[in-house]
Structures are given as structure tokens and as C-alpha cells.
Ligand binder design. Sequence first.
Ligand SMILES: Nc1ncnc2c1ncn2[C@@H]1O[C@H](COP(=O)(O)OP(=O)(O)OP(=O)(O)O)[C@@H](O)[C@H]1O
Ligand SMILES: [Mg+2]
Length: 478
Amino acid sequence: MAAILIIDDEPGIRRTLAAILEDEGYKTQAAEDAILGLEILNREAIDLVFLDVLLPKLGGMEALEHIRRDWPGVEVVVISGHANVDMAVRAVKLGAFDFLEKPLSLDKVLTICRNALTVQKLRKENQNLKRIAGGARNEIIGTSGEIENIRALIRQAAGSDARILITGENGTGKELVARAIHNGSARADRVFVEVNCAAIPDTLIESELFGHEKGAFTDAVSSRKGRFEQAHGGTLFLDEIGDMSLSAQSKVLRVIQEQRMERLGGEKTIDTDVRIVAATNKDLSKECALGRFRQDLFFRINVIPIRLPPLRERAEDIPLLLSHFLKEMGGEKTEFDAGALDFMTSYLWPGNVRELRNLAERIAVMYNGNRIDRRGLENLLLKNPVFAAGSGTSAETGKGAAQTQVPSALPSDLMALNYNDAKESFEKYYLEFQLSQNNGIISKTAEAIGIYPSNLHAKVRKYKITTAGPAGGHGEKD
Ligand SMILES: Nc1ncnc2c1ncn2[C@@H]1O[C@H](COP(=O)(O)OP(=O)(O)OP(=O)(O)O)[C@@H](O)[C@H]1O
Ligand SMILES: [Mg+2]
């Protein structure tokens, strides 16, 4: 039977709710404030929380945020007085399942409780199905010697608990390989926990990795498990490990050596049994030489190195990857003329497989059932965020971009132009990009960027913008 936690400072409400729910066979726990409640969540497996919005110490809304972040599978039903129904409505917007108004009605309590648990069950089933279906999406595609070698390495490495360091430019498939290693290992039925070290500020990374006890620092209102603890028995994927601070690196090294750790501000020693797979697009030996990465940690994590080659070094995989992605996105009826195919294999793919996948998505939307030529491809690539934004790609990006024939849509001497010319260049580039994001549909684009459609029509005419649609015309579909 489901386990339900009641967090309310009124003893009467706690008693009544517990009695109603236990009569129905549910197991209940109660806490008089949110901090005690979060501690119970930390200790025990809870399915559903009844949470008062007005609580002493930590407020109900903040508690809801904690629960949503740390226990995403737990449903929350908010309880509010008549005077603060607006807060309850806000809570539902923040992810609570529903709310109950005091005084509580027996029928309503039971109906909402049953509904919340049913939705939770469906959600879990759905996630499981997605995971199974996702197996196909996690397939590593390619027949080049490079990819065959990587498959062989994964097979050999997965069986052991050896630490693995995956390196490669952005978008080469590092995460895909990390998951394949986990799925091929004896830990496959345990958790795969991912930490993106680059996305977490230095000040938070240690708490994220090792967890903390209540009061360890100002914002630590309740204790929290870190990623190492969450990954116990499974695999911990330390993504972008080259971006981890030196102080976090020392701690990770210690945990690897001792296979135990303490939470921040904690005394208790916790055993950790995790298999570490790390990834980076940096050259860690260079980072070590520059004093930005600890050599001893590098040796520890680099037991089995797997280097993913950039896509341009295995051009023979491009057609296969392309047709795989097109099928996935419903664009398999696109025809490519010889010029287009030629361009695909000579292009340098600064964003690697991710860029190819994004391109396939655009082709599927705009060309399915039609023929695409080199010009059409160049147009789509120009509007591909991986390329156009020039962001998120490694140092190689600049090199790759410069050697290809694709011109930048923004003039490189933008800053040298007079005000009017610069403004118009930017406006044209901006509108082309926004139109491409909205399938060339004027009304949709106008709404997305907050101008009148008639105004956008006028600008499209003024700048002679032709959105790359199959008809080759204005691509206007509405
Ligand atoms: N060989 C492959 N076969 C099929 N799909 C692939 C392959 N390589 C990469 N992909 C797909 O390309 C996308 C980018 O891959 P992934 O996220 O693993 O790259 P990454 O190296 O981790 O990138 P980043 O450095 O930007 O984090 C994903 O959608 C992934 O599924
Ligand atoms: Mg990645």
C-alpha cells in the first residue's frame, strides 16, 4: 500500500487525515513542520505528501520546490485555508498535483488521494515504456573502423568496473557511449546518475556530489543526498569533468581512493560503491600541464580511455547516420541530389553528430517528400543553431567553419558599417533565423517575436527573404 506523509502544523489536521487514510489501508507518517517532513522523505520511501501551505520555519511553497527537485517521483497535494487559496493555485502551477481547502471533506481527501496515486502509477509505467523504447534511440550507429573499434572497447570495458574516460569534441556521442557502457555492465539494472560538472557553479559542486547535512551552510535547510550516494551500486557519469574546480577534484580523488565519503557538515562515513565514467571535450593532459587539472585524478579516471573521433574523420558514417535520424523524425521520403550528398561528406561538421541530427530534423520538417540540393542544405545549415550561434562547440569549431563554403549570414565587418546598414543587416539575419525556427510561417513567427504579421510581411518583402521551403518561394504555409 502507498505511503503517505502529512506535513501540517495543526495537530487536529494531522490526526484527522491520518485516521481517514489509514482506514483506507494507506500507511501514514506525519510531521509538524517542513524540515521534519523533508527528513522523513530523506529516510523513507514516500509516495504522496499532503502539504500545508502555511507552515512555520520553512514555508510550504519552498518545501514544494525542494520536493519537486529532490523527489520528482513524489506527488504533492497542498492543503490551504480559505484565505490562501491563491497560494494553493500557485503551488499547483509549480507542480503540486492538486489542492484541498480547509475544512477538509472526507470524500475529497479520498478522491484526490486516489487520483494522485493513479497518475503517479501511470507516470511511472510511461517512464518505463519510454526507457524500453529509448533503447533503440540509444543505439550507436556507424560502420566505420573507428566506430567498430569503439563498440569493441565498450564491450570489453563494460564487463569490468574499470574507470573510463571518454574524450571527444562536442556532439561526438560521449554521453551515448557512457550510457552504452552502463547498459552493457553488471550494473545495468541499477541507477545511471549523471552530473554535468560544467553546469554547476563551483560553490555548489561539492554539495551536489557529496550531499550535505542540515546546517552545513546557510541554505542547507535540510539534509540532502549527493550524487555519489544516489549512484550507490550503479554508475556515476561525471560529464565535463575538465570543468570541475580543483577543490572538488581533490575530494573526488579521495572518494575514489577510499571508496567512502562524508556529506558536507556530516560526521558519518558513508560507503560508496560506484563505477565512474567521466567525459570531457578538453585535453586533460594539457589541463594537467597548465595546473588546472590534478594529474593524480587524471591517472585514476583514465584507466580505459575512449576517444571519440570527430564526424569529419569518419565521413563514411554520415549517410547511415542521416538516414537513421531522418527515419526517426519522419523525413525518410526526402530525396538528395548528388550535390547535396557531396556537400554532406565534405562539410566539416563543427557540431559533429548533434549538428547532423539537428539538420535531419530541419530536413524532415521542410523537405519530406521533396528533393533537396546543395543550396537548400547550405541554407538549412546556416539556420542551424549549432552553426549560426557558434556556441557550445569546441575550439575546432572556428577552424571547421572557416574552411567550409558556408558564409556567415551576418557580415563579418558588422561593426565597421554605418548605423543603418548594421541595423538592417542584423534585422535581416534575425528575421531569417526566427522564420526558420517557425517553419517559415509568418503568423507564427510574428507572434513568437512580438510584432504584427503585416509588419513582418513588409519586412520579408523589403529584405527579399526567401525561407528555404520546398517550393523555393516564401515558405509561407498559413
Ligand atoms: N554514433 C551515433 N549514433 C547515433 N546517434 C549518435 C551517435 N553519436 C551521437 N549521436 C547522437 O548525437 C547527439 C549528441 O550526442 P551526445 O550528447 O552523446 O554527445 P556529447 O559528446 O556528449 O556532446 P557534448 O560534448 O556536447 O555534451 C545525441 O542525440 C546522440 O544520441
Ligand atoms: Mg555530453
